[in-house]
Design a binder for this molecule. Sequence first.
Ligand SMILES: NC(=O)c1ccc[n+]([C@@H]2O[C@H](COP(=O)([O-])OP(=O)(O)OC[C@H]3O[C@@H](n4cnc5c(N)ncnc54)[C@H](OP(=O)(O)O)[C@@H]3O)[C@@H](O)[C@H]2O)c1
Length: 245
Amino acid sequence: MTKVALVGGSGGIGAALLSLLSDRSDIESIHSTYFRSPAAGSLGSIGRFGSDTEVVWSQVDVTDETNVERWLEKAGSIDWLINCAGYLHDLDAAPEKAIAQFEPDYFEKNMRVNCLPNLLLAKHAGKALKSSERGIFASITAKVGSIEDNRLGGWYSYRASKAAANMVLKNLSIEWQRTAPNLRVVALHPGTTDTKLSAPFQSRVSPDKLFSTDKTASYLLAQLDKLHEYPSGRFVAFDGEELPW
Ligand SMILES: NC(=O)c1ccc[n+]([C@@H]2O[C@H](COP(=O)([O-])OP(=O)(O)OC[C@H]3O[C@@H](n4cnc5c(N)ncnc54)[C@H](OP(=O)(O)O)[C@@H]3O)[C@@H](O)[C@H]2O)c1
């Protein structure tokens, strides 16, 4: 039985993953975080979906080390940690089309939400994950964080924060390979998914390339399920394609 710690179970992709995971008989419990409000339809701080899977909600600012440490202490032993938190735009800021639009505050927020949590989560979940026979540390980054794949430019802050997150994950895989050969670290690209994060940028995406959150979640879960067939430290797309860093 697998115990999951899910960061951002209140977001578009995170909530769909939570729903799929909580319906599986091999998932014992899910400790899920929300930042502003829990996923729609979930009740109270401890909820049960269709199966016997226990879902425990905690309000966590995943950029705050004390919050992260307390939450992971409360979660106790875990097998999988999946980080679905992320930031791209808000009422005040949007991705840059050109360097002239660069704003330090927006850059720092991207780094703080998209990169920093991976370090905090790894620091405080490492011990528990290493004790699992089939541990997973997975974080949703993005294909636009690939340096080699960058052909369009733009989106300086978001791209940089996702590239930095990818470096953190690669680094972790190298460190943990020595001390925890059963643990797999993965950076996941979900594909363009219909969530509030991508909403302002969907007009140029063809309908067959814009996934529902349910479709993305089932693709990502399929990748997680076969992760132990591969070495640790990969950057993998929803369809299993191995992406260049
Ligand atoms: N959607 C896409 O097309 C797409 C494509 C490539 C990569 N991604 C990546 O996929 C991941 C999930 O994105 P999504 O589309 O599901 O976005 P979303 O619906 O906007 O969800 C973002 C999640 O991040 C949480 N969050 C933000 N700041 C936080 C903080 N300081 N502490 C804790 N949680 C925080 C939000 O919590 P609250 O809702 O409670 O505020 C929410 O659960 C992100 O990393 C994103 O960059 C998405």
